[in-house]
Design a protein around this ligand. Structure first.
Ligand code: DI6
Ligand code: FE
Length: 412
């Protein structure tokens, strides 16, 4: 057992508004799980200290202790970069226009196909290492830059390899329906057939993905095409999520809800009917302010409607080379407050409790007995102090499954 003391704890569960920080708190962990959390005195009184069962006492330095951060939407496995496209956009060419000309996602597909699994894994490791320093303990990673059986699987294997190399839980998502590959130009239905009949069954057979995603948009796939993918996922028993209503209102939110999706992501153009559908299906709205900022979008997601209908809002980096080259979930907290009007508490809930729900994970995202001992310690006073600076210092300590993983030299 380990005792983590001198901590100001924000459990993100059962909070009384205005009383969410447990000053002089402590956590008791046993292996991968939390045994007790609360005011130090209360935790100590439950602790069999006399039996000398506490093998280690760790001083959290008076820092603010949060559940380990969860980045529930990333595309961090990819080859190449999109700096030339960035310059084109600065000259006034739109993201959609670049996509229609065959660039955009397809240019990253070409670069990713040319990069082997080991190289992809090394690039992803470097990116994920920086994310973990910010307190991330669970990371979702999508495929979607391979667009054929072999290259999609190569991406998923590269993503899964992070599990052995970093102290982070990795949740992988098959995003075969991300873009229409060049060899299927004007044959998008044929490509969807390949996704449903070959790619998805092969990925499922090997257990390479925890969920299935698609890009529902006029520059990608129609609702009808996404429906085919989701029906196949359902047949294979895999949960779904959807890139929905990012650039136009295409009815993506309602489609995601109809299939009981874990999450619907982006949602800038979702209307009230779509929001109600999400509320009824218990689907989490994942907001991605990095992409909104980088594409200079004008329409914010309907945050007021999410509040009104009590749709949980998660936040993620959407880390990718084309629309959201940001690896800092801490910066995303700031962006969500400034651009989308979330409160600091809503923002932090978006990268903890609600992000866990977006991944279908019920063992993390809050600090409670029985939950995973994943937490991060920041040298800040309050949740507002975590959100208001543009670029916060990385986490002082990161604990994953009960083990100190940052700073690494303190690893037992
Ligand atoms: N929406 C996104 O934000 C990423 N994919 C998607 O469907 C962008 C991917 C890219 O531009 O490379
Ligand atoms: Fe995305």
């Amino acid at each position: 057992m380990k005792l983590w003391e001198n901590a100001r704890i924000v459990p993100m569960a059962d909070a009384v508004p205005g009383m969410e920080v447990i000053d002089d708190g402590a956590l008791l962990t046993d292996g991968e799980s939390i045994l007790a959390v609360g005011p130090r005195e209360a935790v100590l009184s439950q602790t069999p200290l006399a039996d000398k069962q506490v093998e280690e006492v760790v001083d959290c330095g008076g820092g603010l202790v949060l559940p380990g951060l969860i980045d529930c939407h990333t595309h961090l496995v990819y080859g190449g970069d999109r700096s030339r496209e960035f310059e084109q956009r600065l000259e006034g060419v739109s993201y959609q226009e670049i996509s229609r000309q065959g660039g955009g996602i397809r240019s990253t597909v070409a670069a990713t196909r040319e990069t082997n699994q080991q190289e992809l894994a090394a690039l992803a490791l470097d990116r994920a290492t920086r994310m973990c320093a910010n307190g991330v303990t669970t990371l979702e990673v999508k495929s979607g830059y391979g667009l054929c059986v072999e290259d999609e699987e190569k991406m998923l294997l590269a993503a899964r390899s992070l599990r052995e190399r970093l102290p982070v839980s990795v949740h992988t998502t098959f995003l075969g329906a991300h873009a229409i590959p060049e060899d299927f130009h004007e044959r998008s239905d044929d490509y969807i057939q390949l996704v449903c009949e070959e790619m998805l069954p092969s990925v499922a057979r090997q257990g390479l993905a925890d969920s299935v995603d698609a890009f529902c948009e006029n520059i990608a796939f129609s609702c009808q095409q996404v429906r085919r993918v989701f029906e196949k996922a359902r047949e294979l028993g895999m949960p779904v999520r959807l890139h929905a209503d990012q650039l136009t209102n295409g009815g993506g939110a309602a489609l995601a809800a109809e299939f009981g999706a874990l999450s619907a992501d982006h949602l800038e153009y979702t209307d009230e009917a779509g929001v109600k559908a999400l509320a009824e299906s218990g689907t989490v709205a994942v907001l991605l302010p990095g992409a909104f900022y980088f594409l200079k979008e004008k329409q914010c997601p309907p945050v007021e409607l999410f509040r009104k209908h009590e749709v949980p809002m998660a936040l993620a980096t959407d880390y990718n080379p084309g629309s959201s080259p940001v690896d800092s979930l801490l910066l995303v907290l700031n962006m969500a407050c400034v651009m989308f009007g979330l409160t600091p508490r809503e923002s932090v809930a978006g990268v903890t409790i609600h992000a866990a729900k977006a991944l279908g994970l019920s063992d993390r995202g809050v600090l409670k007995p029985g939950y995973r001992a994943d937490f991060a310690v920041f040298d800040v006073e309050t949740l507002a102090h975590l959100c208001y600076p543009i670029g916060v210092a990385p986490a002082r300590l990161v604990v994953q499954a009960g083990c100190l993983t940052r700073p690494l030299h303190q690893r037992p």
